[in-house]
Design a binder for this molecule. Structure first.
Ligand code: FAD
Ligand code: MLT
Ligand code: ZN
Length: 475
């Protein structure tokens, strides 16, 4: 699958031998997996768009075990592909050839939680949703949330610098991650599980690993600032007659709701059709060309609902909205969120998905969608737009019966050139992984790329960590 679609050659790493397997078995008794059935699942990505042929999966429990694994791999020149929940969207989490898969699945211990500061310290393999439950019982929430929460690991979130549904309110992991513990390519451990909000002693090295997609080190533990659990949460699901009205609704929302606005997401009518058709979810408002999900999170039920009601009345009467519904009860809140969160799943059931994750100027955020519908015509099954409008992040997805080189050529480099011409980013939040590494140049200048290569050389001189990922193939 991978080699057919992408021209890539195996680099001269060693191959895993019986002696290597015996050494791993000594380090991780019973946790060196060579069963082909288990390996089949971890060799293929969530989108089923890339597949490797690794013959060994390692499941360490501790940082010390990760350190011993990497020390051995470094000495033996064995390549390693770190894997968390394997929900990544750019083919970064699976091997390209026979790289060893190093999974954090058993590194799922919560190490500490401080209920005054809200600082959570945990191992990298903790599943995001489970962390959410743990801190919610203690009056806090995680500063990030995403549709993949039931499977993704916090280490994977950090490694991809995942954005998600709470970014608008709580910002990037670059601000909320307080410290990391990382094992470097040669097995040495960089301990930095700080809980400090402020620390300007030298370079902030943890930032190097946030968003490095497993190419600079293996994140083994995370210290993260959680936020107080809001007392009042409202979700409004709204219909909009056009994209201009979506933008005006966002503007109006920020002005009227102010500090209680916690999410502003959008989807188009084709997304709604797809979640209906493939997942059986029904649209809770009158059919419209666009839908917006607005969430408020605050500390006073009465105050928040008063503000939201005033906002909705004005937006409806001024024609910004065609219809709307509000939920406060947790199950209805979740049902409205599902319409947005499960689009990814609906798309993957629609056929092969060409996935683009763009940062664009807000005024032009949706322009590319109708443009591509006209350009692709019946070659595409669906061209849809949805995403984190409040963050200027469009998810542009095209589905078709199967992968076709011809349709791909109609999309690329067109989509990337269109984005670069508007000074956008060709990867807003998913990273580059394997599938997007060669388009980095649309968003970063050559000098930045050169510096990235030097950093990679410094931290991983043999290039064993997630080879073929993030940095472009040299011409
Ligand atoms: P994996 O997929 O296993 O790995 C991702 C990358 O990180 C790989 O390069 C891997 O090598 C590396 N990696 C993993 N763990 C480690 C580690 N411990 N140390 C070093 N490197 C590591 N992303 C968003 O940004 N916003 C969203 O809203 C969002 N929603 C999603 C919704 C769905 C339904 C799905 C399927 C995905 C979504 N994603 C979203 C993609 C997102 O990148 C991942 O869901 C998540 O951050 C990846 O975590 P993971 O544990 O699954 O990592
Ligand atoms: C989302 O926001 O739903 C995710 O980033 C996944 C996707 O782009 O489909
Ligand atoms: Zn997203």
């Amino acid at each position: 699958l991978t080699a057919e679609r992408y021209p890539v050659q195996r680099l001269p790493f060693s191959e895993v031998t019986e002696e290597d397997l015996a050494a791993f078995e000594h380090m991780l008794p019973g946790r060196v997996i060579t069963d082909p059935e288990v390996l089949a699942a971890v060799n293929v990505d969530w989108l089923r768009s890339v597949r490797g042929c690794s013959r060994v999966l390692l499941r360490p429990r501790t940082t010390e075990e990760v350190s011993r694994i990497l020390r051995h791999c470094h000495q033996r020149n064995l390549a390693v592909s770190p894997q968390g929940g394997n929900t990544g969207m750019v083919g970064g989490s699976v091997p390209v050839f026979d790289e060893i898969i190093l999974s954090t699945a058993l590194m799922n211990r919560i190490l500490s939680f401080h209920d005054v500061s809200g600082t959570l310290v945990c191992q990298a393999g903790c599943v995001l949703e489970q962390l959410g439950r743990h801190v919610e019982e203690r009056g806090f929430i995680m500063p990030l949330d995403l549709g993949a929460k039931g499977s993704c690991h916090i280490g994977g979130n950090v490694a991809t610098n995942a954005g998600g549904l709470r970014f608008l309110r709580y910002g990037s992991l670059r601000g909320t991650v307080l410290g990391l513990e990382v094992v470097l390519a040669d097995g040495s451990v960089l301990s930095g599980l700080s809980s400090l909000r402020k620390d300007n002693t030298g370079y902030d090295l943890k930032q190097l690993f946030i968003g490095s997609e497993g190419t600079l080190g293996v994140v083994t533990a995370v210290s993260i600032a959680c936020v107080p659990r809001p007392q009042a949460v409202n979700v409004a699901f709204l219909g909009c007659p056009g994209f201009q009205e979506v933008l005006q609704t966002f503007r109006f929302c920020k002005a009227q709701l102010g500090e209680i606005l916690s999410a502003f997401e959008f989807l188009d009518a084709e997304c709604m059709q797809l979640v209906g058709r493939h997942l059986g979810l029904s649209c809770p408002v009158r059919g419209s060309p666009f839908y917006v999900l607005v969430e408020t999170a605050g500390s006073s039920v009465a105050h928040d609902s008063e503000k939201l009601t005033a906002f909705l009345e004005q937006a409806l009467s001024s024609g910004l909205l065609t219809d709307g519904t509000v939920a406060t009860e947790q199950r209805r809140v979740q049902a409205l969120w599902a319409l947005r969160e499960r689009i990814t799943e609906a798309l993957s059931r629609d056929g092969y998905v060409y996935k683009y994750d763009l940062s664009l100027p807000l005024e032009q955020l949706y322009h590319l969608v109708p443009d591509l519908r006209a350009r692709l015509g019946p070659r595409a099954r669906h061209v849809v737009g949805y995403g984190h409008l409040g963050d200027g992040n469009l998810h542009l997805n095209v589905t078709a019966e199967a992968y076709s080189a011809e349709l791909c050529a109609a999309l690329e480099p067109y989509v990337y050139e269109w984005t670069a011409a508007r000074r956008g980013s060709v990867s807003a939040e998913h990273g580059l992984g394997f599938r997007k590494k060669d388009v980095i140049g649309y968003s970063k200048p050559p000098a930045a790329l050169e510096l990235m290569r030097q950093l990679k050389g410094l931290l991983d001189p043999k290039g064993i960590l997630n080879p073929y990922k993030t940095l472009p193939t040299r011409a």
